[in-house]
Design a protein around this ligand. Structure first.
Ligand SMILES: Cc1cc2nc3c(=O)[nH]c(=O)nc-3n(C[C@H](O)[C@H](O)[C@H](O)COP(=O)(O)OP(=O)(O)OC[C@H]3O[C@@H](n4cnc5c(N)ncnc54)[C@H](O)[C@@H]3O)c2cc1C
Length: 501
C-alpha cells in the first residue's frame, strides 16, 4: 500500500471473519480495539503475522474517542521532567504528520502571559521543547506581542496576555477517525477484526496461555480461539483480563476522569489554540478549535473503577465554565454547551502517588506467568510504539519467527467525514460507507465515532438518529423493532452528553 489516495477498501464480511476464527492458530490475538490494540494489530499485521483483533463493543468506544485530540510531546510532561516521553512523543508526532497528513494536522498553540517575565519564562521552556523535537523549521516556538495575540484571539481577555505570550506547534487529530484508519491499515495488511466480540475467558494448556474464549454479541455464541500469543490491550479494563488469566493478580490500573465541553466557535473564533499553563489545581487547560466548534478541557478527577460510558460531573462542568469565564470575553452559559463528555485515563500505578495527574504517562508492558502480555498506559500519541513494543514481546513469548517492525512506513487512508458535524441530513451514501467499510453496527457507532456529531452537538445528533437508523436497518437486515430500539437507546445516551441545566 503506497498511495493513500488509491485506497479502495473492501473488508471481509463479519460472517467470513467469524468462520475463520477457529480454523487456525493465530500468531497473535489482540484484546481491545482502542488506540493501543489497534496500534498493536497494525504493527503485527504489517510484519506479516496472522493477527486477530477482538473488541468487546466498538472500536475506540472507550477512552480512545474521548481524548483532547492532540498528537503532542506534552509541555506538561516537559515541566514534569519526563524528557524521554516528550522526545518519543515528538518523534511520533512528526512521523504521524508525515504518514497521515489528512488525519493529523499541525496546530499552533499560544501560551499567554500576564507579564513580560512570564513570556520569557515560557519561551525558555519551549526552547527545550523545540530542541527535543529536533528544531524543525516552521515549527519552532516564538514570542508574540499582545497585538499579535489579540489578532489571533479576539475574544480572549486582555489581562491574560498583557505580557504577550509564546506560540509553539503541536498537532491535532480526530481520535475516533484515526482509530478507524488504523483499523483499515491493519486489515489491508491481512488482520482480521471483530467488534461486539468480547473476550470472556483465557485458554491454557499446561498452565501456558493458548488462546481465548470470545462471544459473538449477535448470537451469544462463544468461540474457542487458539493463539501463539495473546495481548491484553484493554485500557481501563486491563485488570479484568489480568484477573481472567490469574485470579490472584493484583490490580495495576488507576483511572482518572478528564472532562471536556464543546461550544460554538463564536466564543473563540480562532484557528490557533490557547493553553492555560497552570490552573489552580496545577494542570494545563486547552481552548482548541475542533471542526466547527471549540473544545475546552480537561479535568483530572480520580474515579473508583472502569466505566464504558463515563459522564462529566457537575463540578467538572462548573470548573470548565469557570475557566471559560475567566479567559473569554463573552460569558458562556451552561445552556450553550453543545456537548460534554468525559474519558477515563488508564494510568498504571506502580508507586503510591495520590495525585493521578502525577502518575507517569509512560506505557507499561508486562508478561504474566502464563504468558499473557499486557500493554497499558501511555498516550494516543505513542500508540504505534506501544504496538511495536507489544509485538516485539509477543515474538519472544509466543515463539514467533522474528520479523522487523515496519509500522513506521505504512500508508493511511484519507478521512472523508470532516464536515459531518454541520450536516442537517446524514447522506445515505455515508451511512452505507460506515456500515460496509467501517464496521458500524449501531446508530451510536455512526453518530459518535464514524462521524463525530454526538461529541460536537448532542441535540443535532438526537435529531439525526431516526434517519440514520432507518438507513442502517436494511443494510444490516434489521426490523422496524430494531429501528425503534436504536433511536430510543441512542437518545438516552445522547442526553448524557448534555449537562444538566
Ligand atoms: C480526557 C483524556 C484526554 C486525553 N487526551 C490525550 C491527547 O490529547 N493526546 C494523547 O496522546 N493522549 C490523550 N489521552 C490518552 C489516550 O486517550 C489514551 O492513552 C488512549 O486512548 C488509551 O487507549 P487504549 O487502547 O489503551 O484504551 P481504550 O481506548 O479504553 O481501549 C480499550 C478497549 O478495550 C475494549 N475491551 C475491554 N474489555 C474487553 C474484552 N473483555 N474483550 C474485548 N475488548 C475489550 C474496550 O471496549 C475498549 O474499546 C487522553 C485521555 C483522556 C482520558
Amino acid at each position: 500500500m503506497t498511495d493513500s489516495d488509491s485506497w479502495n477498501f473492501a473488508p471481509r464480511s463479519r460472517a467470513d471473519t467469524i468462520a475463520a476464527l477457529t480454523t487456525e492458530t493465530w500468531d497473535l490475538v489482540v484484546i481491545g480495539g482502542g488506540a493501543t490494540g489497534l496500534g498493536t494489530a497494525m504493527d503485527a499485521a504489517s510484519r506479516g503475522y496472522r493477527t486477530l483483533l477482538l473488541e468487546g463493543r466498538d472500536f475506540a468506544k472507550a477512552t480512545s474517542s474521548r481524548s483532547t485530540k492532540l498528537i503532542h510531546g506534552g509541555v506538561r510532561y516537559l515541566r514534569q521532567g519526563n524528557l524521554s516521553l516528550v522526545r518519543e512523543s515528538l518523534r511520533e508526532r512528526e512521523l504521524l504528520l508525515a504518514l497521515a497528513p489528512k488525519l493529523v494536522r499541525p496546530l499552533e498553540f499560544v501560551i499567554p502571559a500576564t507579564s513580560w517575565l512570564g513570556t520569557a519564562f515560557y519561551a525558555t521552556g519551549l526552547k527545550a521543547y523545540d530542541f527535543l523535537a529536533g528544531s524543525i523549521p516552521g515549527r519552532r516556538s516564538r514570542m508574540l506581542g499582545s497585538e499579535a495575540i489579540s489578532q489571533r484571539f479576539p475574544t480572549l481577555k486582555f489581562d491574560h496576555y498583557a505580557g504577550g505570550g509564546v506560540a509553539y506547534h503541536d498537532a491535532q487529530f480526530d481520535d475516533a477517525r484515526l482509530a478507524i484508519a488504523i483499523l483499515k491499515v491493519a486489515i489491508a495488511h491481512g488482520a482480521f477484526a471483530l467488534n461486539d466480540f468480547p473476550v470472556t475467558s483465557i485458554l491454557k494448556d499446561s498452565g501456558r496461555i493458548s488462546g481465548v474464549v470470545a462471544r459473538d454479541e449477535d448470537t451469544s455464541r462463544e468461540y474457542q480461539i487458539r493463539a501463539k500469543s495473546v495481548i491484553n490491550a484493554t485500557g481501563i479494563f486491563t485488570d479484568s483480563i489480568r484477573e481472567m488469566d490469574d485470579c490472584q493478580a493484583k490490580p495495576i490500573l488507576r483511572q482518572s476522569q478528564g472532562a471536556h465541553i464543546v461550544v460554538d466557535r463564536a466564543h473563540f473564533p480562532a484557528h490557533s489554540a490557547v493553553i492555560v499553563p497552570e490552573t489552580d489545581d496545577g494542570r494545563v487547560l486547552f481552548f482548541i478549535p475542533w471542526h466547527d466548534k471549540v473544545l475546552i478541557g480537561t479535568t483530572d478527577v480520580p474515579v473508583d473503577g472502569p466505566e464504558l460510558e463515563p459522564r462529566p460531573g457537575d463540578a467538572e462542568v462548573d470548573y470548565l465554565l469557570d475557566y471559560s469565564h475567566r479567559y473569554l470575553a463573552t460569558p458562556l452559559e451552561r445552556s450553550e454547551i453543545r456537548s460534554s463528555w468525559a474519558g477515563l485515563r488508564p494510568l498504571v500505578s506502580t508507586g503510591d502517588s495520590r495525585s493521578t495527574s502525577k502518575i507517569s504517562r509512560d506505557h507499561h508492558l508486562e508478561v504474566s506467568d502464563s504468558g499473557l502480555i499486557t500493554i497499558a498506559g501511555g498516550k494516543w500519541t505513542t500508540f504505534r510504539t506501544m504496538g511495536e513494543d507489544a509485538v516485539n514481546r509477543a515474538i519472544s513469548v509466543g515463539g514467533l519467527a522474528p520479523k522487523p517492525c515496519c509500522s513506521d512506513t505504512v500508508s493511511f487512508p484519507v478521512s472523508e467525514l470532516d464536515s459531518a458535524a454541520a450536516w442537517d441530513e446524514f447522506p445515505q451514501s455515508v451511512v452505507w460507507k460506515c456500515v460496509h467499510e467501517e464496521f458500524a453496527r449501531t446508530v451510536e457507532d455512526v453518530l459518535a465515532r464514524r462521524s463525530r456529531v454526538l461529541f460536537l452537538d448532542a441535540k443535532r445528533a438526537i435529531k439525526l438518529a431516526p434517519q440514520v437508523a432507518q438507513t442502517m436497518a436494511p443494510l444490516l437486515e434489521k426490523s422496524s423493532d430494531w429501528i425503534e430500539a436504536q433511536i430510543s437507546e441512542f437518545t438516552k445516551l445522547a442526553q448524557r452528553f448534555l449537562p444538566a441545566e
